[in-house]
Write a protein that binds this ligand. Sequence first.
Ligand code: DON
Length: 305
Amino acid sequence: MENLLEKIVKDNRSLTKEGKVATYIPELANGNGSALGICVITKDKEIFQAGDFETKFTIQSISKIVSLMYAIKYTGIDTVFKKVSAEPTAYGFNSIVNLEVKNYNKPLNPMINAGAIAVASMLKGTTSNEKFENVLNFIRQICNNNEIQLNEKVYLSEKRTGHRNRSLAHFMRSTNVIEGDVEEILDVYFKLCSIEVTCKDIASIAAMLALDGVLWHNDERIIESHIAKMVKAIMMTCGMYDASGEYAVKVGIPSKSGVGGGILATVPNKMGIGVVGPALDEKGNSIAGIEVLDQLSKELNLSIF
Ligand code: DON
């Protein structure tokens, strides 16, 4: 497997030149656009890594699946889905149009920014810091890694420049999708996006989902099986934003991307995969990362379809 992963990284490395690191959050412009790495954790607890797997990156939108799981676990399915739907969108991840013209002001799904901000408003905790710490500790537990922490520079950079997210949040405050202090809710959201991880960390989260909610490193159940299945279904239909349909046809594995360059991919009952490649395509997905997953999916017949 390690040889196969090395080959796939090598075959796709030149593609990193065709993408660009995200710059709309100024601090992300310092990411390493030529990095490409992968980690696979199998259901038999084997770990395989290749390429620049040690590269650290901010989790960005991949945090949306973790906060969704946490919110469903502690706030309840009904409460969460009263405020956010589970329908794919044809618009970009930070688009505002649907909020006014579709779905009675309810964000279409928890994988786009509006939906994730709504989920952040429902997390367990009395202060914004406690809400963030609760989800951070949840991630640490899933990844068996207490070193995972906030990248303060990315967080401050996003907080300073996050006007589109502010507009989404204020719009949702005006329609009562979110309640309470908008800036505090955004603070939780910005911090969650700025958690720093490696491929192995996101592969661990993916492995837990592949095992329907059981931690691969100690066999402990962390979420109920039906929640894991629901999250994987939402990833398959919405996880790559407005590229989700094409990605389902091409790769066929429930996945979630982030503008830090990570893609988390979970193959039910088989393996969790984490890929990093900070050079992105125009939709905000890792350009080489998608091709790495496409090749791996075809080599190992991983499509769920
Ligand atoms: O809110 C934002 O714009 C970022 N913190 C996260 C967006 C993101 O990762 C979209 N990804 N492809």
